[in-house]
Every structure is written in C-alpha cells, then in structure tokens.
Ligand binder design. Structure first.
Ligand SMILES: *Cc1c(COP(=O)(O)O)cnc(C)c1O
Length: 393
C-alpha cells in the first residue's frame, strides 16, 4: 500500500469534517449578504457576530476588537501599513525581528521604500529575541513593535508577555504575528500586553482565505482594504459568512482539544527528535529544545541539501518542507536559519517536519527510517562528505 504521511501542518492543515459541515449551509440555503437588511440576511449576520464573540473570548478580547480579513498575510499587512499610516506624524520607526514570516518582512521592506525606518532585531542561536535588545532599540519616534509569537520554521516560542510589557512601558504599540501559535497555545491579549494580533484559519483546520485581526479598542489605525462599511467600517468586502463561521468552529474545536493535543504531539515530536539526533550523525536540531511548538521539528543534516532530501521524502510518501526558497534558480538558505548564526552550507541542509494530532508513532518510525536511508544516500553522493570522512580518519 502506498503511504501518505502529511508532515507539513505548519504550511496548512486539513479542514475538519465538523468545520466543513458548519460552513455548508452558508454556501447552500443561507447564501444571503449579511449586510442586507431583510430577515434572510439578518440571521446570517447574527451567526457571524456569534462567531466573532466566541473567537474574542478565546483570546480574552471583546467582540468589537475582532476583525475578519482574508488571511494571516492581510492581517500582518494591515498591522504594519495601518499603523505606519496612522502614526506618520508621531514617528516613522518600526521594530521587528530577523526571523519574521515574509508577510511581515516584505511589508517592512515596502515601508522602508516609503520613508520608514525599520530595526530588525537579532535572535540568539535558538531563535529567541532578547527583551533587552528590544528595550535598547526603542526610540522616541518608534511607533510599532511587531514580534511573532512562535516561529513558523523552527517553532521557537518568544517571550511575548515580556516583549509587550517593554513596548508598553515606552508607550509603543505591540503587534504579534500569532499565526502559528493561535489555537496551539493559550493566548490572552490583555495578560500578554498585545494590542494587535494576526491569526489564520487554515493553520488550525479551518478554511483557507480567512484571517483574524485583533485590534485593541481605541487603537488608531488606518483601514487597509477600502470600500464598503463592513467590519465596522474598517475592513471593506462582502462578509465571508461561511468562512467566518467555519473559523469559529475550528477555534472551538482547537480550544477544547488544545491541552490533550499538546501532550500528544509533544511526546511524538520528542520521540522523533531523539531518534533523529541519535541515529543520524552530523545532525542539528534547530530551535529551542523545550520552548517550541508542540508539533514542530526542524533539523539540519550536514553535507546535503534540504531540497533534495524533501524530494526523496516525497518519493516515499512523506510530505515535509525544506527551509530553502528557490529564487532565480538558486537555493537560498532560510533567513531564519541564517539569523540563528548558521553558516549557509549548513542552513541549506534543513528540513521541517510538523505533526498533527493524526500523526501516529508508526508514521514517525517510518519517517525516521526513510530519513536515515535518504540522508545516507545523499551523503554518499557528496564530495564534501567524502573529504570530511577522509580527514576524520
Ligand atoms: C502561514 C503564516 C502566515 C500567512 O498566513 P496566510 O493565512 O497563509 O496568509 C503568516 N505568518 C505566519 C507565521 C505563518 O505561519
């Protein structure tokens, strides 16, 4: 039997059957536009507000502080561009980190082209931002600090509460890209000093194309999508009722199962990490050993390309992700791994495996065996590895 093992849950997840069922009526009978004023639509608008309410509660927020967008990328764009616009008179300095998702990094680069100044904080060898570095980087003209909750490549979970506290101490707004953490870790926006938060439905078994944006009440921000008066006049576009209602269902399920899922995934993850580090030589775990997402394992195998390894895994029915991005035909090592201080040749040999609650121990055993064989095979073709072994002896 052909195997199919999906170990790329940080890239996207499957829509749960309960989520699909919750959405279905809003494609079929209940297709009205929630903004119309007849009863047919009013009922749908009511359901959307219920969804908003339950997502707000999940974050410790108020209903009117939750906005729906088209995804994590839009929420990230809105936070940076919307604050930059609204605060341009106060200052043009933004602080973020070197390990953010491209939705943040490329938006920051765009703002740099338009006269803003951005400080990209360094991280340590495990991917942690040092709160002292943040404190030192804040200036009188700093208008925003944006630091991700958990990293999508290496899984490291940042000290968000402390970072938010420092931003607030200096009167600066604090945004977090929580796309990987949302639904996977407990989050309370008030306790954790968060003014803005980005999340995405498709990373937690919801539909693609639905994002969440938490915005603290009375925060001054410019709209990002202009048009109709949806989302209290702040985000135009006909309300995606089905997507929003499906997202609320996904959040409800994630909340209910969070604790048991963390325990289950962590045990499998640790089993995977231990076996790989023990059974495959010249291998490194990327990200912190403990303070990492419960489903994330990221390794560098020396003397090989992550991209080639990914292809071999794929041939054996295992879907994983290599950190490298293929731009202009050359493989660029991941910006996150370079920020950890890894040399380029080592960073190129990375693979990310992200589990789900459906992953079994048998899946992991099979994956470790395929990894061992594939790494060995690729190394046997590497002149660098041959040289290395010769020099060892
Ligand atoms: C996936 C991801 C995004 C983008 O979210 P989309 O909903 O796919 O636009 C942003 N940030 C992080 C950390 C992510 O993992």
């Amino acid at each position: 039997m052909e195997r199919f093992i999906y170990l790329d849950n940080a890239a996207t997840t499957k829509v749960l059957p309960e989520v699909f069922e919750a959405m279905k009526p809003y494609f079929e009978e209940q297709y009205g536009n929630p903004s119309s004023s007849y009863t047919f639509s009013g009922r749908i608008a009511g359901k959307v507000e219920e969804a908003r309410d339950s997502i707000a509660k999940f974050l410790g927020a108020k209903r009117e502080e939750i906005y729906f967008t088209s995804g994590g990328s839009e929420s990230d764009n809105w936070a940076l561009k919307g604050i930059a616009d609204a605060f341009r008179e106060k200052g043009k300095h933004i602080i973020t980190t070197k390990i953010e998702h491209h939705a943040i990094l490329h938006t920051a680069e765009y703002l740099e082209k338009h006269g803003y100044e951005v400080t990209y904080l360094d991280v340590d060898e495990n991917g942690f931002v040092n709160p002292e570095d943040l404190e030192k980087a804040i200036r009188p003209d700093t208008i925003l600090v944006s630091i991700m909750f958990a990293n999508n490549e290496i899984g490291t979970v940042e000290p968000i509460k402390e970072l938010g506290r420092i931003a607030h101490q200096h009167g600066v707004l604090f945004h977090t890209d929580a796309v990987q953490a949302f639904g996977h870790l407990p989050i309370d926006v008030n306790e954790m000093n968060i003014d803005m938060l980005s999340a995405s439905s498709h990373k937690i078994n919801g539909p693609k194309g639905v994002g969440i944006f938490y915005l603290r009440r009375n925060t001054n921000i410019e709209s990002f999508i202009h048009g109709g008066a949806q989302e209290r006049g702040r985000r135009a576009g006909t309300t995606n009722a089905a997507g929003i209602i499906g997202t609320a269902k996904a959040v409800e399920i994630a909340a209910k199962k969070m604790e048991q899922r963390i325990i289950y995934e962590r045990e499998l993850r640790d089993y995977l990490i231990e076996r790989v580090l023990k059974e495959i030589p010249y291998t490194r775990l990327n990200g912190d050993r403990e303070l990492r997402l419960s489903n994330n394992a990221n390794f560098c195998f020396r003397f090989i390309e992550g991209e080639s390894l990914m292809i071999l895994l794929d041939l054996s029915g295992i879907e994983a992700s290599s950190g490298s991005a293929c731009t202009s035909g050359a493989l660029d090592p991941s910006h996150v791994l370079l920020a950890l201080g890894l040399p380029k040749d080592i960073a190129r040999g990375s693979i990310r495996l992200t589990l789900s609650e459906e992953t079994t121990k048998d899946d992991i055993d099979y994956t470790v065996e395929v990894l061992k064989k594939s790494v060995e095979r690729l190394r046997s073709m590497s002149p660098f590895y041959a040289d290395f072994i010769k020099n060892q002896n």
